[in-house]
Ligand binder design. Structure first.
Ligand code: HEC
Length: 152
């Protein structure tokens, strides 16, 4: 090898550095520190194949509930994940969701504090939110086979 061969390595070194920089800067999944449950944390931009009502529920959920319950209902430091056995239909049937939205929930399962009532949602919007959460629960495999029927 000749002494001049060193510069051959410059493009390789630069490429390596670029790859490292890109890897370091690429958006890593937000960890949601203190999140009470595992779950996907990125915002699903579209859920192909889902009924329109479930899609509408996702929009309403993200606007009204995700602040505390997290994107994809995965939970935050302000509220629990809803993709949890505690919230599948055996334990929290659909009316529990309607009650929670209308009247709020005193803290009883966790240490997040009380859930305040969420005003401004129509019955249809609340029902569509239930559809969305039940869909996430089905996806998460936490709805027991013998669970009571959910309306959606
Ligand atoms: C300001 C924060 C906050 C917002 C906004 C919020 N929640 Fe909650 N929610 C909570 C907390 C905290 C709890 C847990 C209370 C406990 O059991 O300790 C809870 C509990 C619940 C429960 C369980 C009710 C029960 O009977 O135990 C349901 C269902 C629920 N939320 C649905 C919703 C839906 C649907 C929305 C949006 C329309 C929403 N929440 C918005 C904080 C929030």
């Amino acid at each position: 090898m000749t002494a001049s061969a060193w510069w051959f390595h410059i493009p390789i070194t630069l490429t390596c550095m670029l790859v490292l920089i890109l890897a370091a800067c690429s958006p890593s999944a937000p960890t949601g520190s203190g999140s009470p449950g595992p779950g996907p944390t990125s915002t699903p931009s579209a859920l192909p194949g889902l009924p329109p009502q479930t899609q509408q529920g996702m929009t309403a959920f993200n606007a009204n509930c995700s602040l505390c319950h997290g994107v994809n209902a995965a939970g935050t430091t302000q509220g629990p994940t809803l993709i949890h056995r505690v919230y599948e239909p055996n334990h929290h049937q659909d009316f529990a969701f309607r009650n929670a939205v209308r009247s709020g929930v005193p803290s009883h399962h966790w240490q997040f504090g009380d859930m305040p009532p969420v005003p401004g949602l129509s019955d249809e919007e609340v029902d569509s939110i239930i559809c969305y959460v039940r869909e996430l629960q089905r996806d998460g495999g936490i709805i027991a086979p013998d669970a009571p029927a959910t309306w959606c």
